[in-house]
Ligand binder design. Structure first.
Ligand code: SAM
Length: 226
């Protein structure tokens, strides 16, 4: 796996800490976002009592949906490397009084966790320099029965394709430093490549896989079992 660039990782952590408040509102209230999160958790399909890891959990927008599925006897662990995002997610958990949900500060690779029944990563892999290796590491290191990825990338579908230039502008304007490391390529193309690599790895390495696009083809949802 490509070693993480410490400067870039630090810049991304600062970015997501500084913008945690704004991101949190978008992550919960952007049009259609709740439906996408519900679809991702439904595709992951955790059972009551399961242990689920939400990698790159951000401000915790997936945690309520995961907690609902695993119930009070299950366990949900959110992991993120940005202190500001982790702080917000922990506040959410404390306010809800969920004693079986925790949030730890760690990198998405070399997770400080032994195993999990299910692993979810939403809007994360586009930020990772080697997303295929990260998915591989989650599959081997956590040995989950189920894994699901939800990401945004440019659309290949007729309703969304005409909007790709606009999507590219938004990606370039909002890309955290980790997405801007290919100076010879646009942030949208880097995002496309990373999302494709991660989803391809999941679909190649898992059985009973599902893949679908939503939101005009801009949202890519893949899930599989082991
Ligand atoms: C676009 S946000 C998505 C957050 C959340 N999954 C959601 O659906 O709202 C990406 C998150 O991934 C985290 N992140 C990016 N690279 C990471 C890494 N290498 N290790 C851990 N967290 C990372 C960022 O701090 C940020 O909170």
């Amino acid at each position: 796996m490509r070693p993480p660039d410490p400067d870039r990782a630090a810049a991304a952590q600062t970015f997501y800490s500084r913008w945690a408040g704004v991101y949190d509102r978008l992550a919960r209230r952007a049009p259609g976002i709740r439906r996408l999160r519900r679809a991702a958790v439904a595709a992951l399909d955790p059972a009551p009592g399961d242990t689920v890891v939400d990698v790159g959990c951000g401000t915790g927008a997936n945690l309520p949906y995961l907690r609902e599925r695993v119930g009070p006897e299950g366990t949900v662990v959110g992991v993120d490397f940005a202190p500001g995002a982790v702080g917000r997610a922990r506040t959410l958990v404390a306010r809800a009084g969920w004693t079986n949900v925790s949030v730890c500060r760690a990198g998405a690779t070399r997770l400080p966790l032994a195993d999990a029944d299910a692993v979810l990563a939403t809007f994360l892999v586009g930020m990772l320099p080697d997303p295929a290796a990260a998915v591989e590491e989650w599959l081997v290191g956590l040995a989950p029965s189920r894994i699901a990825l939800l990401d945004l990338a440019r659309s290949h579908r007729p309703p969304g394709r005409p909007l790709n230039p606009l999507f590219g502008v938004v990606v370039a304007a909002t890309a955290p430093p980790g997405t801007r490391d290919h100076h010879d390529d646009s942030p949208a193309r880097v995002l496309d490549r990373r999302v494709a690599a991660a989803h391809r790895t999941l679909l190649d390495r898992c059985s009973s896989t599902d893949h679908e696009t939503r939101a005009g083809g801009f949202a890519y949802l893949s899930a599989g079992g082991r």
